[in-house]
Design a protein around this ligand. Sequence first.
Ligand SMILES: [Fe+2]
Length: 352
Amino acid sequence: MPDPQDALPVVAGSANCLVVDDEPGVRRSLVRMLQAQGFTCYQAASGLEALRVLEQIGDTPLVVSDMRMPELDGIGLLEAVRRAYPDTSVIMLSGMSETTIAVDCLHRGAADFLLKPISMNELQARVARALEKRTLVLENRFHQENLERRVHEQAQRIQELFLQGVQMLARALEAKDAYTRGHSIRVSQYAVATAERLGFGTNGLDSIRLGGELHDIGKIGTREAVLHKEGSLTADEFRQISEHPALGERMLSPLAHESPAVLRIVRSHHERLDGQGFPDGLRGEGIPIEARIVAVADTFDAITTRRPYRDSRSPEEAIGELRRVAGTQLEPAAVEAFVEAFPNPKSLPLSA
Ligand SMILES: [Fe+2]
């Protein structure tokens, strides 16, 4: 640590200041003025020495530097300080009253530019102004960062609360209906296991888990008489039920930014590879892969659970059916991944 030499602090705990000038007399004079303002002053006779001192003394809000010096001149020092210590204010001094020099210094990030000889009042006023500006910039940045963090935290919390709300809604919707109780959770589990087989990473699996849980949330907009109808649906009833993917997507639109794959699943889980599905009649790879996976899980669960219009079938029969419609309705790779994920269909978490 370099000695502050004859520059002992005037105010305990005061801020550091580095005075850089190759003339010892000028340095002493500047140090006296800055000490009188309350700074702990350090000195350097060249730009290079100044950089060494800065490295050792740590946080230094202010550097006051001459322009013409040996080794590294004022401009070189200014640039080096701006790069390494962007929060340090640099005031440049010069004996030459050339506007271009002053403009150049300010352009390169100097806080101010003063002409020698300098009076104490003028130096102290310019230093006070430079440091006030520095404080404002730092405070502004702190508030900005703090605000951004708080906004981010609140946005996350709002999303969590929204998600909890729709998950509760999805469960409440199923709980009313003995036929579909537990359907979404099972679809979610089947789809995640299938996606794991297909090599999905953590983020993709999280989307599929949530998308599986919420895929039928739009059914809240379908009349119960249609949902629970025994026997075949009329064209109008089919139209009503086929609106649930798009309605679900609209309900979940607050997740669009953070979890777009969840919305893709909800919208496209009734699409078919042959383009005969709904709501968009997408074909083959035009159907999002996450939705193709959930479609396999959804179809399997629908076959193995009892519905108002038919009895349940065994897991073995259901797998036979999945394979039969692979390539026309369902994605063959997803069907095989599902079968691999559950080699023993009897162990599946089926409802009674
Ligand atoms: Fe559905």
